[in-house]
Design a protein around this ligand. Sequence first.
Ligand code: HEM
Length: 586
Amino acid sequence: MRISACTEEYFNQCATVLATKSKLLSACFTHMTWPHGQLIIIWELQTFTHNHRRAREAIEDFWSCIQTNKTNNRRLIHRSKGVAGTAMDYLNFLLCLVLAWVAIYFLLSTAKKGEAANPRILPPGPSPLPIFGNLFILGTKPHISLTELARTYGPLMSLQLGQVPTVVISSAIVAKEALQKNDISFSSRTVSDAVCALNHHQSSIVWLPAAAQWRNLRKICNSHVFSNSRLESSQNLRRDKVKDLISHVQKCSESGMAVDIGQAAFTTTSNLLSNTFFSVDLGDPTSEFAREFKGVVRGVVDETGKPNFADYFPLLRKMDPQGIRRRMSIHFGKLLGLFNNMINQRLQGKRPSESTEGNDVLDALLGINQEKSEEIEQSNIPHLLLDLFTAGTDTTSSTLEWAMTEILRNPGKLNKAQAELEEIIGKGNPVEEPDISRLPYLQAIVKETLRLHPAVPLVVRKVDSDVKLFNYTMPKNAQVLVNLWAIGRDPEIWEEPNTFKPERFLGSEVDVKGRDFELIPFGAGRRICPGLTLATRMIHLMLASLIHGFDWKLEAGVSPENMDMEERFGLTLEKAQRLRAIPVRV
Ligand code: HEM
């Protein structure tokens, strides 16, 4: 800011350029970094006096005036006026400029001091490449790549995924600190571009930020969709669908045919959910309508699970370069249309033959809408059903497929579970939901399956504001990935972490309800999976029914030792190759 910095040559250069071609002003400014104050003065003076010498004198006069008598504005105004012959408002402009500069300088230096006292240190992480950051590190199995990376950088690490700053959590201790101690700050999610199709994210329980609208939907889910009384009253609907599964298995056993377990699990889960929600079968493989429905749900699950460039480079969102949002719009449109149809029929008093009034979730939601429309508008009901369906189907069916895979790979464990069923339920008796609490070994198998094969391996969250975690700063708006897969296989916590050992849970208090952070396959904190109770009922019921009364043989050429255990990463962590096995009636 010293006037001596303005040499004759420098001044003349600027003055000439600025006076003659004021449109070059911005170009000059970008080149001359520090002496902005001088430059503006020069330019302004040039507009009033075309005499370089006088202009320079005016500047010198002006600065020495400020330096010697900073508070004597009157003198400054008087002298400047005399030298440059300018108007009052011009001097006001100069003064404002100087004051603004002083204010900005002061603010910046205070901010810097604040930062030095309270530094924003990001967690460690690999160096990012230009533009792509660490995107290529993810590979096709990000849960495994991130687990390996955490061995180098620790359980709290930073990545730059394209344009998205990301924090990865890979241990129970850090997960607890984030999802329990700092629950509020970590309770929103980064919204993927795919789910913005048809503005679904604006009404979605999964994607809404944790504010009033989301709280309302959670309240409705807790008290009307997944409450114990609701689940008790819809039990008979699920019992019937499990009977259908068993008769399918029985037919295969009679003809010696293998059951496609993944397929059967998907059909049954769809039926269990669609019956719980609206007393209709949507998983019936013989129905054209159900086949289309299944294709659409599959489409939603597949598109949501695909890596999308638009998520890492938000500028691409408008272009939708891979067409993912466009295809999602078609799938969402079909599902929302179907749910809207069901709502209209119900409102016209038409109900499916097997449904009893007030029994299913749709009745409950319409009831709330009619009593207190501010809690849920009718237009939001299809979005909620869509979320529950897509969040519930693949997760549940893939967990069942993994559970069957693990016990067929470990025939000793299968025998143990069968022995427990025979003792508690009795040969030939069907398993019912209330029996589950009396089957500790079966429960241990399910926990062990969820530990090794969490259906959602990476839970996505977002930090709403700068938060400190173990002295590191989680920067505002950073994406947070909680690696449940890594936590479930952490050798610091689990003995023989990669071995299927349900026995580890016998006599143990550890459960999956979000309190024990070493086992959180349903997440934790306020955004924990609301479908947890329904999911566990369905998985235990289906698994117990499949192994109670049937032995299972692997197809020719496959043995427990060489079974394919390859995973496919998507929205859920599925088996890459479907499990096929032949049931044998015992
Ligand atoms: C084995 C089965 C399932 C597993 C492993 C599972 C896992 C998860 C996980 C890890 C989350 C994220 C939780 C978090 O952010 O902390 C989640 C969220 C959710 N799940 Fe599940 N889930 C399963 C079944 C279901 C079922 C059956 C339904 C409904 C019918 C369901 C509905 C939801 C919904 C709506 C959310 C979003 C909640 C929110 O953001 O507030 N899930 N689930």
